[in-house]
Design a protein around this ligand. Structure first.
Ligand SMILES: [Zn+2]
Length: 394
């Protein structure tokens, strides 16, 4: 609570959008979403930098405006988040991440390879501190460009999106004993075995977004929310048992990230982790709200969550080690599975799930997984954006 009150005084004094708030009453501060943030961008950062200025600078290849680093999330241009951080903040952020990921870094040396979207731009040639040596590998350049440099760097810890870890593991570029963290994308359990087979250790997760550092797995493998730096509130996503986070970053001062409704869907774990941490455990980051399928049902639109669909497809045939599930139309689902996997079983599994929840859709199953480009991999995706009014059930 002290962190929130201190943040409240800062917002009230320095961030125009929050001039009218009661600094001592966080529950009265407005809940915002991405559209609201983008619309009021200049009023939500201390320097008054406009969204156009950030976009123009990024388009010109700049990574800074004055004393601030700027950047955007991955994602399609219409769906991007933009951020402004002070120099002090970006190192506090990196330091918090490393301290949570490597609590033994005080007395043990580490060589940490970071291959994360935007990181090379944000941190340049950062070398790290005396105990932690950082190696930055630019995802935009492609793995081929830095595979040799990664091997020479010989990291004991590697942080990268799951599809990149799987690719590195497949090429024999991850040494046994390496601590691997999946980050920046939803971790699908289908990617885990190949990575763990390479490292011989449990795969861990860093849950992060444009909105900041949100959680890190402990060495018992449980993803814990970073409640010491971010205040979380929850909104239920229908009656799915999934929740949508509303986050307040208590550390950021240059740009406000306050009661911001994220697009993610989480399944919380009510149990206390055996590691003893009191920080909330997360059973799964299940996908994104705008990838909830909305299908016709006998009593109106029915919402189907990504994890239910993926589990159905994965469990249909053990040869399915990758997949795509896309809502392509109001009542149509396209499933892609690897060549040689059982299409009839996959179709029947999806049909069973739909029947159970009373939803209706034509299901087509094809063989062959479409190639993934550099943007975020979403295996379960809603492409159909038709009648938005029917989405209100979400
Ligand atoms: Zn734990």
């Amino acid at each position: 609570m002290r962190g929130l009150h201190r943040l409240g005084r800062h917002l009230h004094r320095h961030i125009p959008y929050y001039r009218g708030i009661d600094p001592a009453r966080p529950d009265g501060w407005p809940v915002i979403d991405k559209a609201e943030l983008l619309e009021n961008f200049a009023a939500m950062n201390r320097a008054g930098i406009s969204l156009d200025a950030v976009r123009d600078a990024l388009a010109a290849g700049e990574t800074r405006i004055g004393d601030h680093a700027i950047g955007h999330s991955t994602g399609t241009s219409g769906n991007r988040g933009y951020f402004i951080v002070s120099d002090a903040e970006r190192y506090v952020w990196l330091g918090t991440l490393l301290a949570k990921a490597l609590p033994d870094a005080l007395w043990r040396r580490h060589r940490v390879a970071l291959a994360l979207p935007g990181f090379s731009r944000l941190y340049g040639a950062a070398g790290g501190g005396s105990r932690v040596t950082l190696g930055l590998f630019d995802l935009g350049e492609g793995i081929d460009r830095w595979a040799g440099r990664l091997a020479a760097f010989a990291p004991d810890t590697i942080v990268a999106p799951p599809k990149v870890l799987r690719e590195l593991a497949g090429r024999g570029l991850i040494a046994r004993g390496t601590i691997a963290f999946s980050a920046a994308e939803v971790l699908d359990p289908v990617d885990v075995p190949a990575i763990e087979a390479a490292t011989g250790r449990p795969l861990r997760q860093i849950y992060m977004a444009t909105e900041g550092l949100l959680g890190v797995s402990c060495d018992h493998g449980t993803l814990h929310l970073a409640e010491d730096v971010v205040a979380f509130e929850w909104e239920a996503a229908g009656d799915s048992g999934l929740v949508q986070p509303v986050v307040t970053d208590m550390t950021r001062r240059a740009q406000a990230m306050v009661r911001y409704r994220m697009n993610d869907l989480l399944r919380l774990d009510p149990r206390t982790c055996t590691c003893g941490s009191a920080l909330q455990a997360v059973a799964a980051v299940a996908g994104r709200c705008d990838d909830l399928f909305v299908l016709p049902g006998s009593a109106g639109p029915v919402t189907v969550t990504p994890d239910v669909l993926r589990n159905a497809v994965i469990d249909a045939d053990r040869r399915i080690d990758d997949f795509r599930i896309v809502q392509t139309h109001a009542a149509a689902i396209a499933v892609a599975i690897p060549a040689g996997a059982d299409a009839t079983a996959a179709e029947a599994a999806v049909a069973r799930v739909l029947a159970r929840i009373g939803a209706r859709a034509a299901i087509t199953v094809t063989h062959g997984i479409p190639p993934t480009d550099a943007t975020k991999l979403r295996r379960v995706r809603r492409d159909w954006r038709g009648d938005q009014s029917s989405m209100s059930a979400v």
